[in-house]
Design a protein around this ligand. Structure first.
Ligand code: HEC
Length: 302
């Protein structure tokens, strides 16, 4: 199922929970701000001091991501850049969470802002409970990481394609697979591979195979069962390709395989369901528990 652990949320860098001294930034603001500048939105000091009571566990991050997609994405965009379908036309614009002006704020300040809102942004303290709002703060921290690579983008699009497939939305399947194909084509050959003729030939062959797999989604209308099986193949091929050419750090890769196995193999077998046994899930979920158990503060950063 799509709600299981996804690569993105797990790989999100956990930014330290630094508390920023708000007094200094308030004093630094010029007293005579130019009239066209939007009035700065500052959380009350007492609220800004609140600490996030939650840990950035895989479960909290996954919950935060789901809440974000359901409540915030429409304005703030999937990547939190403020470019959601309903966000760009707003005045002021929906905030870009990757910006340092947001990331430098304390957890308490962000929590307060998303709870209270400020027109045109609604407040969420009635719609979401405290735990959910703190989970959102954890998710917002993930947007502060380094810029996304083409591979990151491709994986995000794979995630979206998978969602469309599981929902059985054929139009979206075709649209998302075109995006995925484009991003995959933008991933350049690693230097070490390009330097070796034989490796380069292997790379071309495998890359072509994956691109063919994605292309078939952009074209054919197939049975739901056929599409899900094809997704299994794609997720397998994609994760092997990433592993083979060291396109992602080891820990990311372990999480990715785990996520793909649960979402692809596990997810589609669950969907096919109807009395069918899923031969992968028991095996994979055991492995994933192990992988996730190993994932913690002691794992070196990629
Ligand atoms: C209707 C569109 C809309 C939705 C939905 C929305 N926002 Fe916003 N958000 C905005 C706009 C517009 C701003 C800028 C408001 C301002 O500066 O006055 C903003 C600003 C923010 C800020 C403050 C950023 C800063 O610069 O300090 C946070 C935090 C935030 N949003 C979080 C969220 C979260 C979390 C959700 C979902 C639970 C959400 N927003 C849903 C439109 C939206």
């Amino acid at each position: 199922m799509t709600s299981s652990l996804t690569f993105k949320s797990l790989a999100a860098p956990l930014v330290g929970l630094a508390v920023i001294c708000f007094a200094s930034s308030a004093l630094a603001a010029p007293l005579s701000a130019s009239p066209q500048a939007a009035e700065e939105w500052v959380a009350p000091k007492r609220k800004a001091r609140l600490k996030n009571p939650l840990e950035a566990t895989a479960a909290n991050l996954a919950a935060g991501k789901a809440l974000f997609l359901a409540n915030c994405m429409v304005c703030h965009g999937t990547e939190g850049k403020g470019d959601g379908p309903a966000g760009a036309a707003l005045t002021p614009k929906a905030a870009n969470f990757a910006a340092s002006s947001v990331q430098k704020q304390s957890d308490g300040a962000i929590f307060w802002k998303l709870s209270e809102g400020r027109s045109p942004m609604p407040g969420f303290k009635a719609a979401l409970n405290e735990t959910q709002r703190w989970q959102l703060v954890l998710h917002l921290r993930g947007f502060g990481g380094p810029a996304k690579t083409k591979l990151d983008l491709a994986l995000m699009e794979y995630d979206q394609l998978k969602g469309a497939i599981i929902l059985g939305d054929q139009k979206q399947v075709m649209a998302k697979s075109s995006h995925l194909l484009k991003s995959l084509q933008g991933i350049s050959v690693p230097k070490s591979v390009a330097a070796n003729k034989k490796l380069k030939a292997d790379w071309d062959k495998r890359t072509e195979g994956i691109q063919k797999g994605v292309t078939s989604f952009t074209q054919k209308k197939q049975s739901a069962t056929g599409t899900l099986r094809q997704l299994d193949l794609l997720s397998d091929g994609l994760s092997q390709w990433i592993a083979e050419y060291h396109l992602a750090p080891t820990i990311d890769l372990r999480l990715l395989r785990c996520s793909m196995a649960l979402d692809g193999e596990g997810g589609s077998w669950l969907q096919l369901g109807k009395g069918m046994q899923n031969p992968y899930l028991p095996k994979m979920s055991g492995k994933c528990v192990k992988t996730l158990g190993a994932w913690g503060p002691s794992v070196p950063k990629p």
